[in-house]
Design a protein around this ligand. Structure first.
Ligand code: ZN
Length: 165
């Protein structure tokens, strides 16, 4: 699929969103009453993130938080992820993971992502700011690291390392 190059206005808007979340990360805390916990590691960049979540019996993410050290992209992505997913169902979280993954690897653009999950178009709008990483394979791992960690958390696997492209 062809994806149009970002114009300069869009690029600087994206950078603003990322810098805001990197400087003031949301939910940057471990959830005390967590039902799952997973640590993600991106050796290419040195990012480390621990994701904790409290999942209710009916499959809803009642609380999601993270602790991490890493580059602006990895922290911003983790922050946006927790903001987007708090209160969502596990099924919605998996769907958003797929969409963010496709955005970051350049498979789809922001409009296609919004069309895919119209219910979450506000979240997708913000998360689309991560799509600027698509030209930089190392940065793709930074952006997707917290999401992979969350999936490991939900799948009951305690640790993961980003090795995929
Ligand atoms: Zn990084």
């Amino acid at each position: 699929m062809n994806v149009a190059p970002l114009n300069d206005d869009l690029r600087s808007l994206y950078q603003e969103v990322i810098l805001d979340h990197a400087k003031h990360p949301r939910n940057a805390r471990l959830v005390e009453q967590h039902t799952c916990k997973a640590q993600g590691n991106n050796p290419m960049c040195g990012d480390r993130v621990t994701v904790t979540a409290q999942v209710s019996d009916d499959g809803r993410l009642q609380d999601v938080g993270f602790e991490g050290k890493g580059c602006a992209i990895s922290i911003a992505s983790a922050s946006m992820m927790t903001e987007a997913l708090n209160g969502q169902t596990v099924a919605a979280a998996r769907q958003l993971f797929d969409t963010v993954h496709d955005l970051c690897t350049g498979k789809i653009d922001a409009e296609a992502a919004k069309a895919k999950i119209p219910d979450a178009s506000d979240s997708v709008d913000k998360l689309a700011s991560l799509s600027g990483v698509r030209q930089f394979p190392v940065r793709v791992k930074c952006a997707t690291l917290p999401w992979h960690a969350l999936m490991s958390c939900l799948d009951g696997k305690g640790q993961m390392t980003t090795t995929e492209k």
